[in-house]
Design a protein around this ligand. Structure first.
Ligand SMILES: [Zn+2]
Length: 441
């Protein structure tokens, strides 16, 4: 008989929920990690003779699931969390958020804000986030310090900021960052033109050219509010999605953030082009933008992932809330309780997010050969007992505080609810420092 193979980690959770194949829940199974990857998933009775792990962790009350993917956020806006609540989108942006950003946003602000975001997200099981913000180099720095996977947006917006003077400046800086960091194992990039109302045709054409040349996804806010659509009809004579389509932007690399207000023909167009949607249910409710037609999007074959949006319009970076809300809103919106069942909601927050970002082959499920982005969730709390169906429990009962352990590419970044990669006290002290500065102004 062969000696057991030395490996880095063996996990024995109560349930392994790989997400693919859909519906599979494994009990009495172990997951084996070697380096950054999942080496094996096998019955516990066989694991002893096959593998000699350096670390063996038993998780008797836990579900083990793939790391959660936040498909849309502006991480550094943690520092503007609660700064201007209870206002409509354009008032919120024009009168509060954009003036505050003009005054305060710097590389230091983004570094501190993103560190706070990474701390919150990692502790809540978010192992990958798709970010759109100024000074993305500072966002990338924070995420790599935290050992968290980031898809850094190459942001483009037509107005000047402390980061760049004009659209070409934004592009140059973002592309230089991409050149410098493109081989980092936890960093990838997407083009991130802000929105159809804040980026002109000339800039959008350049974004599209670079996206094609570099094979990057495009990530843009679109059809968020009725006002946005009215404005586009007045200025361009067409609705925003039609304008983007006219520029040749729709395709399998296109991620429509929000997609709240859509006509049936627009959904058919998005399906035909293989577009993805980043559904941000809390943000849409908080800014009173509306409710996205999730069930119709899914029924039309459109891939829908979930995002928190920025912490100034949510105000959490908690995908457990988004997952639960996405499932509940779809039921209320259609008056059909069977739509967006728990399995679908869990897939949206893992595999479907990864798919939208072009990372489906690397993350999003617990499968042999994939990178070990994993989350252990303790389902023994009163609010999750008794447990008949762990998937149902994850979607309708669990929250971020039930996450006990998190791994990114095989590295344990949260252990017993404590972040191992960021100094929490320091991160929180910097948040209070910025609160004092902004509150005085
Ligand atoms: Zn957003």
């Amino acid at each position: 008989m062969q000696a057991p193979q030395p490996v880095d980690l063996r996990l024995d959770p109560a349930w392994i929920i790989p997400v693919r194949p859909e519906g599979l829940v494994l009990t009495d199974h172990a997951l084996i990690v070697s380096g950054a990857r999942i080496l094996d998933i096998l019955p516990c009775t066989e694991a002893d003779s096959h593998y000699a792990p350096t670390q063996h962790r038993r998780l008797p009350d836990h579900a083990l699931i793939p790391g959660l993917v936040n498909l849309h956020t502006h991480a550094a806006m943690t520092l503007l969390r609660g700064y201007a609540d209870d206002r409509p989108l354009m008032t919120w942006l024009n009168d509060y958020i954009w003036p505050a950003e003009r005054k305060w946003v710097s590389a230091e602000f983004v570094l501190d804000g993103t560190r706070l975001a990474c701390l919150e997200m990692l502790k809540g099981g978010v192992t990958c986030f798709n970010d759109m913000y100024f000074f993305p180099e500072a966002g990338v720095q924070a995420a790599t310090e935290a050992q968290q996977r980031i898809v850094a947006g190459i942001i483009v917006i037509d107005f000047a900021s402390n980061y760049a003077a004009d659209p070409d400046g934004y592009l140059q800086k973002g592309l230089a960052l991409r050149d410098a960091m493109r081989h980092h194992p936890l960093v990838s990039f997407c083009m991130a033109p802000h929105a159809p109302y804040s980026v002109g045709d000339r800039s959008l054409e350049k974004v599209l050219t670079y996206a094609k040349q570099l094979d990057l996804p495009i990530h843009i806010h679109v059809h968020e509010t009725e006002d946005e659509i009215r404005g586009s009809l007045e200025q361009h004579g067409v609705r925003p999605l039609a304008r983007l389509h006219g520029l040749g932007m729709l395709g399998p690399d296109f991620i429509a953030v929000h997609a709240v207000h859509l006509e049936p023909a627009e959904m058919a167009l998005m399906a035909e082009h293989g577009c993805h949607v980043a559904h941000c249910p809390t943000s849409n409710l908080k800014l009173a933008s509306g409710i996205a037609p999730t069930e119709a999007l899914l029924a039309g074959g459109i891939n829908v992932g979930l995002g928190t949006d920025g912490p100034a319009s949510n105000n959490r970076l908690d995908l457990w809330q988004e997952m639960r809300l996405a499932a509940l809103l779809a039921k209320g919106y259609t008056t059909r309780p069977e739509v967006v069942p728990a399995q679908t909601a869990l897939r949206m927050v893992t595999l479907d997010g990864a798919r939208a970002l072009g990372l489906e082959e690397r993350i999003g499920t617990l499968e042999i050969g994939k990178e070990a982005d994993m989350v252990a969730v303790d389902l023994s709390a009163a609010h999750a007992q008794p447990c008949y169906d762990p998937v149902s429990q994850l979607v309708y009962c669990a929250d971020a505080a039930d996450v006990t352990h998190v791994w990114v590419a095989g590295r344990e970044v949260v252990c017993e609810r404590q972040c191992q990669t960021l100094e929490a006290a320091q991160v929180l002290a910097r948040a209070r420092h910025w609160r004092d500065r902004l509150a005085r102004s």
